[in-house]
Ligand binder design. Structure first.
Ligand SMILES: NC(=O)c1ccc[n+]([C@@H]2O[C@H](COP(=O)([O-])OP(=O)(O)OC[C@H]3O[C@@H](n4cnc5c(N)ncnc54)[C@H](OP(=O)(O)O)[C@@H]3O)[C@@H](O)[C@H]2O)c1
Length: 323
């Protein structure tokens, strides 16, 4: 089969012939129709992540959409979204024509949403959805701030917050194009992260109307510091990424004066059932047009170029390999 193959950790994968996977007890073969390239794929392939150096050669890709070709648990032809541990554990992932998937990692999808659109949402939207619901405990009417709102997690978080009944959703994103994506996702207001931390915190307090209950934060650093200062009593800041850096400063006085919470989140601690239910909810809302992530379809043959675009900065949209 054709696949994007990492030959050396840290180097761009090469599209080449690779042995086709074989079905085995507990794992099914999926013909992949759409697979996104996400920050986690690059982190795993870098060889410097906390998952350790991956055994090479391997096919990256921690998720995808496709059709079951061979399985003992689902009928052939079943449309699925799926996850893989590629780069976090030995084995191949989704950036290929075929992928072997553990049966627990298959989620049948009946929602009427194009494969590439569902792939673009995928784990980014699961993280956004679960950060707001399970981790952040969002209640209807509460005010939400989304940092890094032009990225895939950010767009999904903006859309999900509106769906979940947030009273006001404010987006923060660096470029005008990013802010436009956040507004398209449903943000009430989108601002740039400008000024020092004090000035930015004051601007956030103003934009959120003096009430901030939940922050979805894939960015960390100074933006998270400012957001923490704008939290209302009982506010929750859910961190799920460190796009701007791994460290942020929090004031004890600020947190304890408001009984505020700073919470970590990772998709990797979800149960199979939680992830399946979140993905199914996301797919359902995507089918109505209420949840979407801007994306671009790229043929599998051009995987190396797409990987480079994701690696060298913000490609502007989620790149989804299709075959
Ligand atoms: N914990 C989890 O389970 C989980 C799940 C999915 C993703 N994540 C993490 O969440 C982060 C965002 O993922 P994504 O899929 O949304 O990525 P993406 O679609 O590639 O978008 C990149 C995001 O990173 C932001 N960004 C990049 N460099 C930045 C910088 N120097 N300063 C501030 N912001 C910066 C961008 O902000 P702008 O909007 O301003 O352009 C944008 O929101 C990544 O770190 C990813 O690893 C975590």
């Amino acid at each position: 089969m054709r696949a994007a193959v990492v030959q050396v950790p840290g180097e761009t994968p090469v599209v080449t012939e690779h042995p086709s996977p074989e079905a085995a007890p507990g794992r099914s073969i999926v013909r992949v129709t759409a697979a996104p390239i996400v920050p986690l794929d690059l982190l795993c392939a870098s060889g410097t992540s906390y998952f350790g150096r991956p055994a090479v050669p391997y096919v990256p890709g921690v998720q995808g959409v496709g059709v079951v070709e061979e399985s003992t648990t689902l009928p052939a032809g079943t449309r699925v979204w799926f996850a893989t541990p590629a780069g976090m554990a030995p084995g191949d992932g989704s950036l290929a024509e075929l992928c072997a998937v553990a049966d627990d990692d298959l989620v049948p999808v009946t929602a009427d949403v194009p494969d590439a659109a569902l792939a673009a949402l995928g784990l980014s939207a699961v993280a956004a959805w679960m950060s707001l619901t399970w981790r952040g405990g969002l209640r209807a009417g509460e005010h939400v701030l989304v940092l890094g709102a032009g990225g895939a997690v950010g767009q999904a978080a903006v859309g999900a917050a509106k769906l979940l009944g947030a009273g006001r959703v404010v987006a923060v994103a660096r470029s005008e194009a990013s802010r436009d994506r956040a507004l398209a996702a449903g943000a009430d207001e989108a601002l740039a992260p400008e000024g020092d931390v004090d000035a930015f915190a004051a601007r956030l307090a103003e934009a959120t109307g003096g009430r901030l209950d939940v922050v979805v934060d894939p960015v960390f650093g100074a933006a998270a510091t400012a957001a923490s200062r704008a939290l209302s009593p009982g506010g929750r800041l859910v961190n799920l990424g460190g796009a701007s850096g791994d460290v942020a400063e929090f004031s004890s006085a600020v947190l304890r004066a408001k009984s505020a919470s700073v919470l970590g989140y990772t998709n990797n601690s979800l149960t199979v059932e939680q992830r399946r239910d979140a993905l199914t909810a996301v797919a359902g809302h995507a089918a109505t047009g209420a949840l979407a992530v801007a994306h671009e379809r790229v043929p599998l043959a051009a995987a190396a170029d797409a990987w480079q675009r994701q690696a060298t900065g913000d490609p502007g949209v989620r790149l989804v390999l299709t075959s």
